[in-house]
Design a protein around this ligand. Sequence first.
Ligand SMILES: [Mg+2]
Length: 194
Amino acid sequence: MGEDDFFFSVDRSKQARWTGGERGERAVDGTGDSVERFRPDEHADSLPEVSLDRLAAAGVRGIVVDLDNTVCEYRRPELAPGVADWVRAARDRGFALVLVSNNFTERVASVGAQLEIPVVPNALKPLPFAFLRALKLLGTPRRATVVIGDQLFTDVLGAKLLGLRSVLTKPLVAKDFPLTRVLRFLERTIAGRS
Ligand SMILES: [Mg+2]
């Protein structure tokens, strides 16, 4: 049994609950104990599944998008299916977009160029610096800005710390940095408890 098997076989009951059907459209008011810091405002199966109508209805005008496992599979250069069309549709509707990634400059710049949106690489999410830079690039206030990404401990927590909205997507693939695998294990633990 390899390392992957370990992390992805532990407590499947909690994982099943986390990925279960009823989580889909649940909105959370963001109050309560510290676990709430890790509760996204919404869940979506993937970036292209995030409803631009719902974002607009919630007053969102600026969108911060994660890269790895949200826009591209980890270590892959190609955009995931539907991503380019979704980004184009968002831009056509007047949303401002920016790519914020903990990955390195060259990879992030290349994906940003494909999508024709600005980037903030080496972001050190969930620390606030890159998100603050992103807000400047977007020109939107915090309450009108959403972070969309696949990780609770970087994308959702980073958003919460600054009072931004957040949408948690399912990761495109289960391959990650070794540290990310540890964080995903903790994500499932927290999700199972909440
Ligand atoms: Mg990611």
